[in-house]
Unconditional design. Structure first.
Length: 159
C-alpha cells in the first residue's frame, strides 16, 4: 500500500466505526469488547478538520478545561491533516492528546461507537469508564451537566 493511501484507509475505518456506533445506539445494546482502559477522570473532546462545530469548541477550550476541573481535558484529533494541525495550533499544547495505536483502539471501541459523528465528547470516571457522553457542541454549561452525571474523585476531591 502506498503512503498516500494509508490516511484514506484510516479515515474510512473511522467512518465505519462511527456508522457502526449509530446502529449500536439505535439497537440500544452496549459495546462489549475487551479493550484497554481509558484515561481516568478525563473530559475527552474529539475534533477533526471537517467538523465545523469543533472549531467553536476549540475556541472555548480554555473555558471548557476550567469547567471540567478537577478533571483534566484532552482534545483528540481524529485526522492528522493540515487543517486539523492548523486548528490545534490555536489550542494550548497540554490539552492536545495524540493517542498511540492501543489508546486509539480503546477510544474507537469504547467511545466512538457511541456516536454517529462529531461533535462528540465523553467524560470518564476514576476507573477510566465512560460515565457521561455529549453529542452536541460542548460548552461550559454542558460540562456542568456532564460533571453532575459523573462525580469525580480526583486527588480525594468529589464533585
Amino acid at each position: 500500500m502506498s503512503r498516500r493511501l494509508a490516511p484514506v484507509k484510516r479515515k474510512w475505518r473511522l467512518i465505519a466505526a462511527l456508522l457502526a456506533g449509530f446502529g449500536t445506539i439505535a439497537a440500544g445494546s452496549p459495546v462489549q469488547a475487551p479493550v484497554a482502559a481509558l484515561q481516568p477522570d478525563t473530559l475527552i473532546l474529539f475534533v477533526a478538520s471537517w467538523c465545523a462545530p469543533c472549531r467553536i469548541e476549540l475556541a472555548r477550550a480554555d473555558a471548557i478545561a476550567v469547567a471540567a476541573r478537577p478533571r483534566r481535558m484532552r482534545i483528540v484529533p481524529l485526522d492528522k491533516g493540515q487543517g486539523t494541525t492548523a486548528m490545534l495550533r490555536k489550542v494550548r499544547p497540554d490539552l492536545v492528546w495524540n493517542p498511540d495505536k492501543a489508546e486509539m483502539q480503546a477510544l474507537e471501541t469504547r467511545l466512538l461507537t457511541q456516536t454517529a459523528g462529531l461533535p462528540f465528547s465523553a467524560m470518564t470516571d476514576d476507573a477510566g469508564k465512560p460515565c457521561a457522553l455529549h453529542r452536541a457542541i460542548l460548552d461550559t454549561a454542558a460540562v456542568a451537566v456532564m460533571r453532575k452525571s459523573c462525580p469525580a474523585t480526583v486527588a480525594g476531591r468529589s464533585d
